[in-house]
Design a protein around this ligand. Structure first.
Ligand SMILES: Cc1cc2nc3c(=O)[nH]c(=O)nc-3n(C[C@H](O)[C@H](O)[C@H](O)COP(=O)(O)OP(=O)(O)OC[C@H]3O[C@@H](n4cnc5c(N)ncnc54)[C@H](O)[C@@H]3O)c2cc1C
Ligand code: FES
Length: 580
């Protein structure tokens, strides 16, 4: 059963410590009696009910790691088995053991806890690199099972795709499209792995070239390649007021040449001069303008106490130069013919406005819904521009909600609804359930709108969101992860190494070799992070490297996409800006 284990000054709630048992045990759909998982997001559930590992792999690891202390259950498995090697067992195979019937659903997922259990931090990476992951079973018929029983194969999975092969497709370089398509023809493959396989195909179909396996693990790995490394100067060619608090800047190449085309939904990262001789402030802004290569447009809300946004508003003028990183991001309008729902609040309109521009530009016949929330007419940026774009499209529906309409605001002309864009109003819209929705606005708005869209029948995987900030953390199994603490300098004496800038958190930190990795540094600063294996396999920690370079130790199993970094196994080689 799960227990709390101290680790790096934190507490991990994990069921990876298994003990051998004698006598029969009842196996049920979700668990074996007396067994449990600590982190149900990563382990357990109907499709990951029973973990299997092979005695032969124990012999391999004893030799490979020079260990004589490995005991059954040591890899967190429920059944330690003779036979059933990963390169013979296929997804969908069925086995009878005692009174229960099992079906192979997926390989083990890589995670740091097996390394914690084995006192070998590299273990998650080694399991993949040596093609010995082990696998999960779902329970088709519940029944009693006892150590020593025969394991009888009763059916072979369709496509005869082995555990080892599918693990390689996802985690290691060099799979083929045919392999991914084969995997997707196996209904017995767990939904999580099916989603990863589909993500690989989407990446290939998006025209970005053959997907690396990691595109199935993290959307950051599927981001289009950045058009230039680091920052380059662009010149401000226009400054325009869009509403009481929002203004736009147009940015073009210094020599007037075309800029690389950006995808609607992408953002730029800008170095905003601080003006006091201090380091620049690094902030990101979604592109809001029409596609094309002449200029990029960003639109900024001057925040009441915002350092960079006010600096941009008060000091940046036409003709000024700004250092800008290439368009990046994964909040992209997916190609297709299906309905599109664009939902925004306040300045969150920027990336979805770029999408509306794209749809209008290509005279799309898609059904387009435009849902926008603003406080009143004076805060309604791009009111006329969005109306013009919608008018140019054949199949549109638009609803604009003013939470506090001003006296001069005209219902029916300036806005359609008084009040908030609430869950109830979304439910009443009659949105097409097969739509893709793109959502941007303040955190609370997005959470509510996302839930409302799913309640309205849209698939959760078709609701795409852009966060104008650091985003949520993923820290599997950590009890009471830090929340709400503002990012800060790490404790202890300041480092003397290159500067690491966390762009989304607005923090510059000198590197110190007291930190093991960029991930360790981010955690010491309470910068929100996402990770799982901490050893370069799972790509959960992959993110955009906006400028600079890193050195890897250990080398990742598969390198990140170009322009990205895996922060769990890297250190800065020079001043580095991370999209974190
Ligand atoms: C991918 C991405 C896309 C983005 N796109 C856009 C976009 O299109 N348009 C846009 O405007 N922004 C966008 N942002 C947000 C933008 O990057 C900045 O975070 C934003 O402009 C605020 O930066 P700032 O330096 O002005 O505020 P900061 O100084 O960083 O302050 C952050 C917040 O704290 C508040 N604050 C600061 N000091 C105080 C204080 N003393 N008391 C009370 N409150 C305080 C500010 O009002 C502000 O709301 C995007 C962010 C990301 C990550
Ligand atoms: S956390 Fe798994 S690759 Fe970094």
């Amino acid at each position: 059963m799960p227990q709390d284990v101290p680790w790096h000054g934190r507490t991990v709630h994990t069921g990876v410590w298994k003990q051998t048992v004698t006598g029969p045990r009842m196996v049920r759909r979700l668990n074996i009696d007396g067994d449990g998982q600590g982190d149900l997001a990563g382990h357990g559930g109907e499709h990951r009910a029973v973990l299997v590992y092979q005695a032969d792999s124990y012999r391999f690891w004893a030799r490979e790691l020079g260990r004589d202390d490995l005991e059954p259950g040591g890899f967190g498995e429920n059944f330690t088995v003779d036979g059933l090697p990963d390169d013979e067992v296929c997804i969908g195979d069925r086995y009878r053991i005692g009174g229960a019937l099992f079906e192979v659903s997926q390989p083990r997922v890589t995670c740091y806890r097996v390394g914690l259990r084995m006192a070998e931090p590299r273990m998650a990476a080694l399991l993949v690199a040596h093609h010995r992951p082990g696998f999960y079973l779902r329970v088709l018929e519940e029944g009693e099972v006892e150590a020593g029983q025969e394991i009888t194969k009763v059916a072979t999975g369709p496509e005869a795709m082995t555990v080892e092969e599918i693990d390689r497709v996802l985690y290691l370089p060099g799979h083929t499209r045919e392999q991914v398509e084969r995997a997707l023809r196996i209904p017995e493959l767990s939904p999580g792995w099916q989603e990863s396989m589909r993500a690989l195909l989407v990446q290939e179909d998006s025209g970005a070239g053959p997907a690396t396996g990691s595109a199935g693990l993290n959307t950051a790995a599927a981001a289009p390649r950045p058009a230039w490394p680091g920052f380059r100067p662009l010149v401000v060619t226009d400054v325009r007021r869009e509403s009481r608090s929002v203004f736009s800047l147009s940015l073009a190449a210094e020599d007037g040449s075309d800029l690389p085309a950006a995808r609607p939904g992408q953002f730029l990262t800008v170095k905003v001069p601080s003006g006091e001789g201090g380091p620049p402030l690094i902030r990101s802004y979604s592109l809001s303008g029409e596609p094309g290569t002449a200029a990029y447009r960003i639109s900024v809300k001057a925040e009441p106490h915002g350092a960079a946004s006010r600096r941009l508003r008060d000091h940046v003028r036409t003709g000024d130069r700004l250092e800008v990183a290439a368009p990046r991001g994964t909040f992209l309008l997916a190609p297709g013919d299906g309905p599109v729902v664009l939902v925004s609040a306040g300045v969150g309109v920027t990336p979805v406005l770029a999408m509306l521009h794209e749809l209008a530009h290509e005279r799309s016949g898609r059904e387009v819904w435009w849902l926008h929330a603003a406080r009143d007419g004076s805060e309604h940026a791009f009111a006329q521009e969005s109306r013009d774009l919608l008018a140019a499209l054949p199949r549109t529906r638009s609803r604009v909600f003013y939470s506090r309409p001003a006296a001069g605001d005209r219902q029916g002309t300036d806005y359609t609804d008084a009040g908030h864009l609430s869950a109830a109003s979304v439910a009443d819209l009659g949105l097409p359930e097969d739509a893709d929705a793109y959502l941007c606005g303040p955190d609370a708005f997005m959470q509510a709108a996302e839930a409302a869209l799913v309640d309205a029948g849209l698939a959760a995987s078709h609701v795409h969101t852009e966060v104008f900030g650091a985003g949520p953390s993923t820290t599997p199994g950590i009890t009471a992860p830090a929340t709400g603490t503002a990012p800060h300098q790490p404790p202890g004496p300041p480092g003397t190494g290159p500067t690491v800038s966390f762009a989304r958190s607005g923090l510059d930190v000198p590197w110190s070799d007291a930190q093991g990795s960029l991930l360790d540094l981010a955690e010491a600063c309470d910068v929100p992070v996402r990770w799982s294996c901490r050893t370069g396999v799972c790509h959960t920690c992959e993110l955009a490297l906006l400028s600079g370079s890193v050195a890897y130790d250990p080398d990742p199993v598969e390198p990140p996409a170009e322009g990205n970094v895996l922060i769990c196994c890297s250190k800065p080689a020079e001043d580095t800006v991370l999209d974190l």
